[in-house]
Design a protein around this ligand. Sequence first.
Ligand code: BTN
Length: 266
Amino acid sequence: MATDLLLNAIKINANLTPFTRTLISELEIFSCIDSTNNYLMTRAKSDAPLGCICLAEMQTAGKGRRGRQWISPQGKNIYGSFLWNFSSLGALNGLSLAIGVGVIRALNKLGIYNVGLKWPNDIYSDGKKLGGILIEVTPRSNGSVSVVIGLGLNLNLPPEIKEITQSYTDLKDIAPNVELERNQCVAQLLNELLPITATFEQQRCIAYLNEWRKQDCLLGKKVDLFIGTQKACGIVQGIDENGLLKLQFENGKIQAFSSGEVSFST
Ligand code: BTN
């Protein structure tokens, strides 16, 4: 797998569909940045246009969900974000699920099938984390909202990263025989994620629920759901029509949760 070629805007562009090209206003590639999400959030606050994309070879302050760090070593993985605008905060409901579906579609098109989704939007393979999505929102002066959608995808991680506490994996391990080139990988992701984002206000979350359900790696699993300092234990019954996680407790009752951190129960 050629994960070591540097990111290159010409090579990425060559693999984009004509429709995806129309959705991009700028494509910037940094050799080093604090966080691609931070960069676009700053630009969003000065009313940058939708369709700005920021990619980086490494991040010094990569961010994960819930204030966690996203370890971002140089040159081998994918760290990228893009900016889009939505009419209101409500219009974003379920966007993160749709983005998860888009990442799986892209991986499938690249020949990688042993992947799935862990609610709400982690990319998983064989019980290990392969990638994560971080969506951040900022209001615009006209009442609409700007959204920065960030993706970190492990292609080729160094063997032992002691800062990563979750079990993790990378494409090199899960698809050793698939010939992958990072620029082609980035283009395939953009070909899926930009059209999904651009049409999301019309399509809504409902358009992606069935596809998401087919990728659900928590279905039927016993889990602990942490919500702040509270913990709920139960068996996952999938997601409801709003994308909420359904948990069945020991007493048989089912409750849907809109947020929280899931870990596999022992
Ligand atoms: C998570 O699973 O916790 C979300 C991880 C998101 C990481 C990506 S890497 C590119 C973008 N820039 C960041 O600082 N974070 C996201």
